[in-house]
Write a protein that binds this ligand. Structure first.
Ligand SMILES: *Cc1c(COP(=O)(O)O)cnc(C)c1O
Length: 834
C-alpha cells in the first residue's frame, strides 16, 4: 500500500547536479548494456526482445529525465499562466520512437544497437501501445500534448491510468472477439510514480452546514467513502527544444486507513478487500466511442479525474501563492476534452467555497474564467446525461452546486426571454422527466468562457442547431478550432522514406513548421521527382502488404489501388457503404463487366463497441464478403478484400503510409471533424469523401481536382429525411438492385441463414438515419473516377504530392496556436539545457 511520504526538503545540490548525458553512440551502447545487465539482470543467453526494448527505453528515458527537470524549473521560474488538458482518454500509442525522434537520437540509437547485434526496428515492435483511448478524441489529446511541447507551451495533461486500456480485437469466424489489454504487464518504463502528490477523492456521504469562527456559513461533506488518487507522470518531449512536459495519470487506491468498525468487528479480511472496490475506479477504459452507456462506475471515473486534478492544481497554487487566490483565473486554464471531465466546473466551485472559504460570486467568477469546453459530437446518443438520483447518491455536494448553478442560470434565461417557460425547460441543466437528468453539455457551456467545435461545419452546426439558444445568449463564447494531427508521429516518424525525400527537396524545417511543406508544390510538376515519390509510396505499400499477408492471410499486390477505411466501426461512418461498393465490384467481375478495370485492394479495419450489435454485424459482413471475394477464382488480382484486426495507433503508422485512397464517407453532418483523414492526406493518400467534418477543409486546401467528392451535403441530408424512400432508390438503380439481391439471397452467408437481415432491413428503412442507399450511386461514380485516375500513374502521383503539400493546415501545431491565441493565452517558455 502506498504511503504518503512526508515532504522533507533536502538542500543538497550534490544530490542532483549531474553532468548532462552524452547522446553519442558509445554512450548509448554503455548505458544500454548497463540497464540490460545490472538493472534487468539479463545476459547474452536471453533472446527475448522485450528486455532489449526495456533496456533501450530506460536509456532514452534518462535523457528525457534531465530535460524534464529543466522544464519544470523553467516553468516555475517563468511563473507564467499554465494550461491543463483534462481528458478521460489519451491514446498515446508507442513512446520509444517518438522520444528518439524528438531528442534527435534515432540514428545514434540505431547505430548503437547495430554495434551490439540488435535491430532497432525489431526492438521497437516489442512496445505495447498505450491504448488509453477509443479513437479520434483520445488520439487528438495525444497529438495536442505533442504540439504543446513542440511549441514550448506550459501545458499539462491530466488523465486516468487505466489498468486495462482499449481491448484487443481478434477475429474468430468473421466475428469480433474482445480480449483484455493488460498493457502494464511488463511494467511501463516511461512512467514515474509520484506518491508525494497523492490526493484524496471523496464519494457519497452528505452535506452539513456549519458556522466558521468568523461567523460565516459553510458547507462540508461528512461520512464519505474516500479513495486515494496516486499520480503517475509520463514525459511528453518537445521536438528538439529541450522541453519535456508532463502527462499526469491518476490511479485509484484504497486509503491506507482501515475502517475501524470493520476491523474491530473482526472483518479484517473484508476491510482489506475494500481495496479492490477502490481500485475498480481506474481498472478499465469504457470502450464506447461516440455513445455513452450511463454506468455508475463511469461517473465515478469522471469525478475522480476532475477532483484529483483540480485538487492537485490548487495544492500547487497554495504552496506557491501562499493561499492568495486573486490571480488564479489569470494563471490557470482548463480545457475540457468533451463533457467527460465537466464535473470540473462544480468541483472547482466546491474547492473554492467549501475548502478555501470563498463566497459564491467570487468562486463563480474564477471558475468561469478558467474553464473552456470542446464539443466533439452532435450525435444525440453521445450527449452525456446522468440521472439526478445517481448524482445525489454518489456526489451529493456536487449536485447541490449544480442545482445552484442552474437556478442562477435560469434567472438569466428568464431575463433574456421573459415569460417563456418553454425556453426555461429547454435550456435547463436539469432535464425534466420520470427520472430527471443532468445535461452535462449544458453544465459545461454555462460554466465555461469558451465553447468550441472541431471543424468549421461542426462548429456552425453547434451554434445554429444543438446549442442555438446558448449561442443567442453568449455569441462570443462560441468558436471553432479545426482539429489536426502531429506531423512528427504522422509523417516524420511513420514514413521515413517520404520524410527524407521531402527533406532532400525543401530542407527539414517542415517537421516543426508544416506550412513549409507547401514548398513541395512546384516539384509535383517534375517527372523525376514524381517517379521517386511513386517509388517511396510503392515501398510503403509493400511494407503494408507484408503486414496484411501476415495478419490476414490475404495477398495484396502493391501495383493495385490500395483503398483503405480504418476507424471505429460505427453506422454513421458507413463502413456499410464501402461494403456495398465492394459487392458491386464483385458483381461486375462476375458479370464480366471489367472494361477499364482498376485492380483494387480494399482494407477495412476498426473496433466495434462490445455492446453495439449493428457494428459487430458489419464486421461479420466485411469478413464474409472478403472470404467470398478472395476465394473466387474468377476474381483473382482484380479485387482483394481484407479486414485488419486490432486497429490501433501503431497499426495506423504503417497503414497511412501505404494507402492510395482514403475513405472518409460518413453521412454528411455526422462526423465532427475526423483526424484519420488528415493522417492519410499528409502521407499522400487522396480522399474519397463526403462534405463532412474536416473533409470540407481538406478539399478546400487541395482543390476539387485533387479530391473525390460525392454524396449529399449536410443540408441535403436533412431535407431528404422527410421523403426518404430507400426501396425506390434500390428499384431505380440496377447496380444497387443486384447488390441488394446478392445480400438478400444469402450469397455471403450460405450456411448462416438470415444473419444479415438486420443490415438489409436497415438499408431499406425509410428512417435509416445514415441514408446509405441515398449516396450509393454517387459513391460508385466517385470510385469510378478514382479508379480511372489511378491508371494514369503520373496524374495520380501529382495528386498525391499536392495532397501532402497542402496538408500544412492540418498540423496540430496550427490547431494549438489557435487554442492559445484565442482561448489559453499562454506564453511559450524556452528551456535551456544543459
Ligand atoms: C486517428 C485515429 C483515429 C481517428 O480516426 P477517424 O478516421 O478520424 O475516426 C482512431 N483510431 C486510431 C487508432 C487513430 O490513430
Amino acid at each position: 500500500m502506498i504511503q504518503k511520504r512526508k515532504k522533507k526538503i533536502i538542500h543538497s545540490p550534490g544530490l542532483t547536479d549531474l553532468p548532462p548525458l552524452s547522446m553519442d553512440v558509445p554512450a548509448l551502447m554503455d548505458d544500454f548494456r548497463h540497464h540490460y545487465t545490472y538493472h534487468l539482470g539479463r545476459d547474452r543467453y536471453c533472446r527475448s526482445v522485450d528486455y532489449h526494448y526495456t533496456a533501450l527505453a530506460l536509456t532514452i528515458r534518462e535523457r528525457l529525465m534531465e530535460r524534464w527537470k529543466s522544464t519544470r524549473y523553467a516553468h516555475l521560474e517563468a511563473d507564467t499562466k499554465t494550461g491543463y488538458y483534462l481528458s478521460l482518454e489519451f491514446l498515446m500509442g508507442r513512446a520509444l520512437g517518438n522520444a528518439m525522434l524528438n531528442l534527435g537520437i534515432t540514428d545514434a540509437a540505431s547505430q548503437a544497437l547495430y554495434n551490439l547485434g540488435i535491430n532497432l526496428e525489431d526492438l521497437a515492435e516489442a512496445e505495447i501501445d498505450a491504448g488509453l483511448g477509443n479513437g479520434g478524441l483520445g488520439r487528438l489529446a495525444a497529438c495536442f500534448l505533442d504540439s504543446c511541447a513542440a511549441l514550448q507551451l506550459p501545458v499539462m495533461g491530466y488523465g486516468i491510468r487505466y489498468e486495462y486500456g482499449m481491448f484487443r480485437q481478434r477475429i474468430e469466424d468473421g466475428r469480433q472477439v474482445e480480449e483484455p489489454d493488460h498493457w502494464l504487464r511488463n511494467g511501463y518504463p516511461w512512467e514515474v510514480e509520484r506518491p508525494e502528490f497523492t490526493q484524496k477523492v471523496r464519494f457519497g456521504g452528505h452535506t452539513q452546514v456549519y458556522r466558521t469562527d468568523d461567523g460565516n456559513l459553510r458547507y462540508r461533506l461528512v461520512d464519505t467513502h474516500d479513495i486515494l488518487a496516486v499520480p503517475y507522470d509520463i514525459p511528453v518531449p518537445g521536438y528538439r527544444n529541450n522541453t519535456v512536459n508532463t502527462l499526469r495519470l491518476w490511479k485509484a487506491t484504497a486509503t491506507d486507513v482501515f475502517d475501524l468498525h470493520e476491523f474491530n468487528a473482526g472483518s479484517y479480511t473484508e476491510s482489506v478487500a475494500m481495496k479492490n472496490a477502490a481500485e475498480n475506479i481506474t481498472m478499465v477504459l469504457y470502450p464506447n466511442d461516440a455513445s455513452e452507456n450511463g454506468k455508475e462506475l463511469r461517473l465515478r471515473q469522471q469525478y475522480f479525474l476532475a477532483s484529483a486534478s483540480l485538487q492537485d492544481v490548487v495544492a500547487r497554487w497554495k504552496v506557491m501563492k501562499k493561499g492568495d487566490f486573486s490571480g488564479f483565473a489569470e494563471k490557470n486554464c482548463f480545457q475540457l476534452n468533451d463533457t467527460h471531465p465537466s464535473c470540473a466546473v462544480p468541483e472547482l466551485m466546491r474547492i473554492l467555497m467549501d475548502e478555501q472559504g470563498m463566497g459564491w460570486d467570487e468562486a463563480w467568477s474564477i471558475t468561469t474564467r478558467c474553464m473552456a469546453y470542446t464539443n466533439h459530437t452532435l450525435l444525440p446518443e453521445a450527449l452525456e446525461k446522468w440521472s439526478l438520483p445517481l448524482f445525489q447518491q454518489l456526489l451529493p455536494r456536487i449536485l447541490e452546486i449544480i442545482l445552484e448553478i442552474n437556478a442562477r442560470f435560469l434567472a438569466e434565461v428568464s431575463v433574456r426571454w421573459p415569460g417563456d417557460n418553454n425556453k426555461l425547460r429547454q435550456l435547463s441543466i436539469i432535464e425534466e422527466g420520470p427520472v430527471p437528468q443532468v445535461r452535462m453539455a449544458y453544465l459545461a457551456i454555462v460554466g465555461s468562457f469558451s465553447v468550441n467545435g472541431v471543424a468549421v461545419l461542426h462548429s456552425r452546426l453547434l451554434s445554429q442547431g444543438l446549442f442555438r439558444d446558448f449561442y443567442d445568449m453568449w455569441p462570443d463564447k462560441f468558436n471553432n478550432k479545426t482539429n489536426g494531427v502531429t506531423p512528427r508521429r504522422w509523417l516524420a516518424w511513420c514514413n521515413p522514406g517520404l520524410s527524407s525525400l521531402i527533406t532532400e527537396k525543401i530542407g527539414d524545417g517542415w517537421v516543426a513548421d508544416l506550412q513549409q511543406i507547401e514548398g513541395l508544390l512546384p516539384h509535383a510538376e517534375d517527372p523525376e521527382f514524381r517517379s521517386r515519390w511513386h517509388a517511396v509510396k510503392r515501398a510503403n505499400k509493400e511494407r503494408l502488404a507484408a503486414v496484411v499477408a501476415e495478419k490476414c492471410g490475404v495477398n495484396f499486390n502493391p501495383d493495385a489501388l490500395f483503398d483503405v477505411q480504418v476507424k471505429r466501426i460505427h453506422e454513421y461512418k458507413r463502413q456499410l457503404l464501402n461494403v456495398l461498393h465492394v459487392i458491386h465490384l464483385y458483381d461486375r467481375i462476375k458479370r464480366g463487366d471489367v472494361s477499364d478495370w482498376t485492380n483494387r485492394c480494399v482494407l477495412i479495419g476498426g473496433k466495434a463497441a462490445p455492446g453495439y450489435f449493428m457494428a459487430k454485424l458489419i464486421i461479420k459482413l466485411i469478413n464474409n464478403v472478403a472470404n467470398v471475394v478472395n476465394e473466387d477464382p474468377d476474381v483473382g488480382d482484380l479485387l482483394k478484400v481484407a479486414f485488419a484486426a486490432n486497429y490501433r495507433v501503431s497499426a495506423m503508422e504503417v497503414i497511412c503510409a501505404g494507402t492510395d485512397l482514403s475513405e472518409q464517407i460518413s453521412t454528411a453532418g455526422k462526423e465532427a471533424s475526423g483526424t484519420g483523414n488528415m493522417k492519410f492526406m499528409m502521407n499522400g493518400a487522396i480522399t474519397i469523401g463526403t462534405l463532412d467534418g474536416a473533409n470540407i477543409e481538406i478539399r478546400q486546401e487541395v482543390g476539387d481536382d485533387n479530391f473525390f467528392m460525392f454524396g449529399l451535403t449536410a443540408r441535403e441530408v436533412e431535407d431528404r429525411r422527410r421523403s426518404y424512400d430507400p426501396a425506390s432508390i434500390v428499384a431505380a438503380d440496377p447496380d444497387l438492385r443486384r447488390v441488394m439481391n446478392l445480400m438478400e439471397s444469402g450469397h455471403f452467408n450460405m450456411f448462416e441463414t438470415g444473419i444479415f437481415d438486420p443490415i438489409v432491413n436497415a438499408i431499406y428503412s425509410p428512417s435509416d438515419p445514415w441514408m446509405v442507399a441515398a449516396d450509393f450511386r454517387s459513391f460508385v461514380e466517385a470510385q469510378k473516377r478514382a479508379g480511372k485516375v489511378y491508371l494514369d500513374r503520373e496524374a495520380w502521383t501529382r495528386m498525391s504530392i499536392v495532397n501532402t503539400a497542402r496538408s500544412g493546415k492540418f498540423s496540430t501545431d496550427r490547431t494549438i496556436n489557435e487554442y492559445n491565441d484565442d482561448i489559453w493565452h499562454l506564453t511559450p517558455v524556452p528551456v535551456k539545457f544543459p
